[in-house]
Structures are given as C-alpha cells and as structure tokens.
Design a binder for this molecule. Sequence first.
Ligand code: ZN
Length: 413
Amino acid sequence: MINRKVIMAIADGLGDRPHTMLGNKTPLEYARTPNLDDLASEGITGMMDLIAPGIPVGTDMGHLILFGYEPQHYPGRGPIEALGIGMEVKPGDIVLRCNFATVDEAGIVVDRRAGRIREKTNEIAKSINGMELEDGVVAYLEPATEHRAVLILRGDGLSDQVSDSDPKAPNDGKPYHHIEPKDASKEAQKTAYLLNVFLKKAHEILSSHPVNVERITAGKLPANFILTRGAGRMVDIEPIAEKLNINVSCIAGESTVLGVAKLAGYKTFTDSSMTGNIDTNIELKAKLAIEEIANNDIVYVHMKAPDVKGHDNKPLEKTKSIELFDQMVGMIREKLPDNVYLALAADHSTPCEVGEHTGEPVPVLIAGPSIRKDRVSQYNEMDCAYGGMGRLTGSDFVRTLHDLLGFVKKQGN
Ligand SMILES: [Zn+2]
C-alpha cells in the first residue's frame, strides 16, 4: 500500500460574500494569498456544504464533521466544552455550562458574571468539586475561561431534560430560576431536584469562601453562585481514531475545537501564544504541523481569526487574517514531505455583512501526490465553484481524503 498522509489547514469562518469595502470582492478574493493560489493551481478544488446547502453550522458541529463524524453524532455543546477544558466526560454524564455569578440574599442575580471574575476561579471551583449529592450522584465543577465553568453530574438515573437556572442576559436584577424538569420522567425530576440541592449547597459554601471574602473587602463582587444552562447528556460515541485505527493530531488555540478533537480520540496541541485572534503564533502552528505529520496519518491545524473578524463586521481585518493563514500554509508547504497531501477547508461561512454564520458553502482544496488537478488557479468562493470536486458535503470531503489515504472500505466485491 502507498503510505500517504494529510495535513488539513482549517480557516474558521473563512467563507464570505462580496463586500463594497473590498471593491465587491470577498475577503478571500481580496486578500493577497500566493500560497493558497499556488496550491489551487497544483490541486483539485470544490465547494463544500458542511451539512447541506443553506444550513448554517456552529464551530463545534463544523469541526465534528471535518474530524470525521456525521452530524447526528453531535453530543451537545456542554460535553464539548468539558472536553475542551480537559475534564473527563463519561457516557451518561449530564454536562452543564455555568457562570460564576453574584446573587443577593433574596436570590436576585446582581451580576451574571460576578464582576467578570478572572482570578482564583480555580480555588473557588475546588471547594465544590466532587460534592456528593444524594443517591450516589456526584457533582464535578471545573473553571473554564474567565467567569465560565462546566458542571458534570455523574450517577444513575439522570436526564438532560431540565431547565436553566441562568436567567440569561440582559436579566441582571432578576431572580435566578428554580430548575424544573422538562418532561414527566422520573429521571428529569430527580436531576432537577439534585441540581437545586447543588445550587443551594454551593451558594452556602461560596458565600463564606476566602476568595469571596477577599473580593468583598476589595470592593469586588463575590462569585457566590453557579448559574447553569444548556444541560446535555454525553452520548456513547466511538472515537474516530479508534474506529479507523489511525493516529491524528490537532493543533488549535480554541477550546471548542480542542474539545471536538478529544472526542474524536485525537492528540491535541495548544499553547498560550495560539490566541484565537490575529496575533496567533503561526510559526509554532506550522512547525508543530510538520513535526506531527512524521508520526501521524492526519494532522489538523486550525486558525480562528477569520471567524472573529467576520463576527466583528471587519472585512479589511478579515482580509489580514486570511493573509496570515496564507503565510502559515506557506510555512507548512515549504517543509511538506512528498507523501503528504495538503488540504484546505473551513467550518462555515461568517460573512462580514452579517456578523453571524450562514449556510453558504466554503471553498475546499486538496494538493499533493498524483492528485487529479483541475483548471482552477485561485483559492476563493468564486473560482472553486468551477473545481473538480464540484459541490460536496463535509462528510463527502472527509471521505475523499480518507479514500486517498486508503481508509475507505470497498463496496461490493
Ligand atoms: Zn463563529
């Protein structure tokens, strides 16, 4: 068998629409991208709908598909967040996204983010992590970025069909919500009851926690409450790496992407210099991608900045972030071994004029050994529409790569 490998470079939210500020070009058309265009000349291109035309997807869903799952395997945002911050998640766990918040004696939410607390959330979380509730159910709480945290309930007979305690923005000044079951099942009733017990106990412990006493003395809001939302149940999902018996690495700065990679059984690499913005460390990402491909079948390398600039309605800055992506791809290309395909993809479109994800397709590309190249010589939304891969789904694209590596079983005899 021929030993072939893939490095896939993903530009988050890359797809866009022609913009008047860019002479009616898309940021990708407008940007100076010599490396991406050379790859287009050498390779095969196409347009990819992650799920189907016109369906917008989130970064979590987009990467789930790019990492080899079908959309129906989506485990919910909570489990992905938990994995992203390095928490262990087991099948059957109920996972909730949380905020450290400030409430007063009457249960009124003074601040949903506890004064945007950033320091010592680790110590605060530790004081309630591992709390034993009733019936053998244990609560695990770990801090995420800034005022965010993740709560896991582990035990028998639990359900994710429970409401949120978080009154959500802009509802500071309103009481937190009592958690209610969303269906009539015993499991939902038990889970809602246990969560309410947890909230009360946590509030008692946090109210006198030394970090909060210190904060009050310093005139800051105490993190004396845990607001919960988005309960999800961790599904029993087979890691792609095990299913295909392959080794895969993922290099990224964003915890959502890292969480999905962990779900898939991929090794993850991150560093504080991979910022998720325009100042991210592209040299380190490119260096790691080349190092990792030596011992792996597939390496994913992710850049967040284009999505951020799309959300911010900043076409010129999005152009800059794409030029940075081009430079990163150029560094990888320079040291690319002969047996490695270089694939370009995005998880969704984030048009600057919209500031949100849309369902428009994104350009994709594969360059490398013995590829059937097409006549497209520019990597962008308009030219790749004429590419040899045509219009394909995210799963089609990933399968095409897996087939090039010899991972796809022959049908029939
Ligand atoms: Zn986004």
